[in-house]
Design a protein around this ligand. Structure first.
Ligand SMILES: [Mg+2]
Length: 361
């Protein structure tokens, strides 16, 4: 049976946008993001969009080339009424380059665009198709309190975030000097006494350092301790989790259900944080959180709030969304948090359109 409305056109663009607050973690440093935008158009003229980002134009160029190749060679001509069969073709094709890393990130932008088209064909928002009907979730502030910021300025930032309505805020830690991070945490805790405060070490520490940090941070009522050590060190993460009085979070650096399940089997994390891009898009995301859902482990998506907002209603124990405004400049009407809550639109699919300044129609 030939598709009623096959995918005909594949467009990929890269765009560099400045960050309102430069990123600095134990693993990242950047004043700009290089975004890769994918737009698929069907024979009847429906459009679906997806996006990923990189730190640097050359990485973005590589992702864009991979996405254009997948789109034109594998996905063009297929039927967006059936995203699962399109994903099967993408997944089969990925084996050559590998089902991890850049190839999977590029696939995520294509798969997300296919799902956006699917929602538009159905005339329903993705949250209504993929979740339990919830269209709004709490989010936490993740765009300030970076690793380069010292006590003093941190207190101002924490108070500003609470004034914006956030009830949960995340501090980057992972400094070589643990005394410094303890002072920074104490400052944030004091400036935002009513807020949930999370810390994220961005895998900057050894197991020994992370164990000491968990001990020293415990008195500050920390809501979770994220990526204490190298995420490939599952046993080390589990060792920190066993000793820590603060719940351990992680998952943004795991690329599959198998990797997530390996961590869950070791009780290495009590909050799982799938990243839309690194997990490969909407299709594999749903599979990747299945074990967490069975075990009622909290799922708190990493970045991509405007897309993962649509997926979170499909898990048994939704945690908060991570809000950063990094992608907001890409869209004409992006969802924006109000009172620490992010609400999806009622428009079909993702309910997003690229801003004409970054991707002309
Ligand atoms: Mg993180």
């Amino acid at each position: 049976v030939s598709p009623a409305d096959p995918i005909r056109r594949v467009e990929v663009r890269t765009v560099r946008l400045p960050l309102a607050h430069p990123v600095r973690t134990a693993a990242h440093l950047g004043t700009h993001l290089d975004h890769v935008l994918v737009r698929l158009t069907t024979a009847a003229g429906l459009t679906g969009l997806g996006h990923v980002f990189a730190f640097g134009a050359r990485q973005a160029g590589a992702l864009a080339a991979l996405a254009a190749d997948l789109g034109e060679r594998v996905v063009a001509g297929l039927d967006p009424a059936d995203p699962a069969s399109i994903w099967t073709r993408i997944r089969d094709d990925l084996l050559f380059l590998g089902r991890r890393g850049a190839a999977l990130m590029a696939a995520s932008a294509v798969d997300t665009a296919v799902w956006d088209l699917h929602g538009k064909l159905e005339g329903r928002p993705l949250w209504a198709i993929l979740g339990d009907g919830r269209d709004r979730f709490p989010c936490y502030a993740s765009d300030r309190l970076w690793l380069g910021t010292e006590a003093g300025e941190l207190e101002e930032e924490a108070r500003a975030l609470v004034d914006e309505g956030y009830r949960a805020i995340k501090l980057r830690v992972g400094s070589a000097d643990l005394d410094r991070d303890e002072r920074r945490l104490a400052a944030v805790r004091e400036a935002a006494p009513g807020a949930e405060v999370m810390v994220d070490a961005n895998h900057g520490w050894t197991v020994e350092q992370a164990l000491e940090a968990a001990e020293r941070f415990a008195p500050y009522d920390v809501h979770w301790f994220e990526e204490p050590v190298d995420p490939d060190d599952y046993a080390g993460t589990a060792a920190v989790a066993r000793a820590s009085r603060i719940p351990i979070a992680g998952g943004e650096s795991w690329y599959s259900r198998e990797e997530n399940d390996r961590a869950l089997a070791l009780d290495a994390v009590s909050i799982l944080m799938p990243d839309l891009a690194r997990i490969g898009g909407v299709s594999p995301w749903r599979d990747a959180v299945a074990t967490a859902s069975e075990r009622r482990v909290l799922v708190s998506p990493h970045l991509f709030p405007e897309v993962q907002l649509h997926l979170l209603g499909g898990v048994a124990a939704p945690g908060p969304l991570e809000y950063v405004p990094w992608n907001a400049g890409l869209f004409a009407e992006p969802p924006e948090p109000a009172g620490g809550v992010l609400t999806a639109s009622d428009r079909p699919g993702l309910g997003l359109e690229f801003h004409p300044a970054v991707f002309p129609a």
